[in-house]
Design a protein around this ligand. Structure first.
Ligand code: PNS
Length: 160
């Protein structure tokens, strides 16, 4: 089956979607015509937002960008990527400590589906220290989320 060289998937949990994620989507669009933000339904973590909420918020945060789609998936990422005929997975790297986990995932995915490339993009320095885990913690203690997440996400979290 032909691979669609223009399409990359940007998979993740996105609980919630941060400015760091948005930065990676924008960078990926410089390389690929179509970037699908692929939201993992169950990555074995306790979720703050439902899959539908996460997808809807990502849509709202990316309306200004053309070439972005959002979809949820459940199961093995490589099976989904094969079905979508995607050429690549995009993952963001913030700092060296991300690398161990990313390296393992990329190699596991390559063993399972050698034709699929993983492309790592570096976030801007400004976003290098943002993570969804930190955002969830700041939210838990009612801290100001505005430096970390787009307004739509902030509003949704404030209602929680
Ligand atoms: O944002 P995250 O939590 O770092 O994203 C991790 C994710 C969802 C991309 C990863 O856990 C994943 O691909 N899960 C789907 C199951 C799978 O394919 N696992 C094998 C890859 S190592």
């Amino acid at each position: 089956m032909d691979i669609n060289k223009r399409l990359a998937l940007y998979p993740g949990t996105f609980d919630p979607f941060t400015y760091g994620h948005l930065d990676i989507v924008e960078r990926a669009l410089r390389i690929f015509d179509e970037v699908e933000v692929t939201v993992a339904v169950n990555a074995g973590k306790r979720a703050l937002l439902s899959t539908e909420e996460r997808c809807e918020l990502i849509r709202q945060c990316t309306t200004h960008l053309s070439g972005v789609t959002v979809a949820a998936f459940e199961g093995l990422l490589v099976d989904y990527a094969r079905a979508r005929r995607a050429a690549a997975l995009v993952r963001g790297l913030r700092q060296v400590s991300d690398f161990d986990y990313e390296f393992q995932m990329a190699f596991a995915n390559r063993k399972l589906y050698p034709e699929l490339e993983t492309v790592f993009l570096m976030t801007s320095e400004e976003h290098a220290l943002i993570s969804s885990t930190i955002v969830r913690d700041v939210h838990r203690w009612d801290g100001d989320l505005s430096p970390f997440v787009p307004p739509a996400v902030m509003e949704a979290l404030q209602k929680k």
